[in-house]
Design a protein around this ligand. Sequence first.
Ligand code: G
Ligand code: MN
Length: 398
Amino acid sequence: MNVPEEALGKVLVVDDEKPLRALYGRTLEMAGFEARLAASGDAALEALASSAPDEISVIVADINMPGMDGMEMVRAVRERGLDTPVVLVTGDPTVSSAAKAVEYGATRYLVKPVAGEDLVEAVRYAARLHRIAALNRHAAAHRGSVATVSGDRAGLDVTLSRGIESLWMAYQPIVNPVRREVVAYEALVRTREPSVPNPGVLFAIAERLGRVHEVGAAIRADVAGLLAAQRPEHEIYLNLHPLDLLDPDLYAPGAPLTTYARQVVLEITERAALEHVVGLSERIAALRALGYRVAVDDLGAGYSGLNYFAMLSPEVVKIDMSLVRDLHRDAVKRKIVGSLCKLCQELGMLVVAEGVEVVEEADAAVALGCDLVQGYFFAKPGPAYPPVRWAPEPTSTP
Ligand code: G
Ligand code: MN
């Protein structure tokens, strides 16, 4: 005997036409599902809100409804953090709306008039998906991992919007350890959205959705806000996504951060896909004309050779933490860092050693010619501005 279909849960049927929702409901109940009926998107959202998590395993919704339509409903459902599968039904079978339906997180797409067996088949399929998703969540919760990013476009859209709304900047000091001076703070993006646990995830989602410029602008606005509130002595180092270089807002005289450009060093990482940036030299020149300086980030991480080094001709070079780790104990790394420092100094560039975790690494970096250091030893990134720990003063000899 088959596992009873009731085990697959309840189906929420949403259609503004009463005879249709009644028909779908009866068809599904005859196939062993329990059906709940709603006459509008709003009513459906209320029904969802009043049910237990995972109680509704599938939603069947008409696309064309007065008020909130089916597409908007999918988005609203995802906004509530639910990955409940949605079967959309329409009387207007255009290819574009089918593609859009799926892109926005619908599981299946049915065209009216819907044959009973097609409806049942689509709902069975969706209910299985729902069980898999529920089990997956269960396993993730068991492992103690954070909420996972839901994979469809509507879900990611909402996740990213939440990430941007809850965005904040952490700051990590960049110091001259000899003079015990804080020269600058690197601004590092963070969010309070649990499903966006780090900048990597934030930008991966933004890239996928084509919303990188929105994230970049939010970051620059946040940093500018802090600088406006209290104009500090130190400089700000800010990571730029390569696609930010294509955003006109970055160059706009009236953009929030432009006012403070002379105080800002824009970090561009070697791993960045700079080959996609048309007119790179002109863009970098335009940034310099505004007063920005440029740093090459993560030098030595071995991402892409130094193809763009000459084109960027950076004022600052940041040595990747992989080269800094155990610098005092690794003769090869010392040789590389020493040579890099010498070359950069000859080119008039400032050298920053990143990721310094122990005082011996800081001492070695300075001995090899690094001008500035940054890393957990001095301070972890934190709300503006974290206090700095300095190495103990060398004991003076009598
Ligand atoms: O690519 P970029 O160099 O901007 O990355 C900086 C990242 O490195 C930040 O996320 C920051 O939290 C992290 N970081 C900063 N200092 C240290 C450190 O001393 N050790 C380690 N492991 N990570 C660090
Ligand atoms: Mn950086």
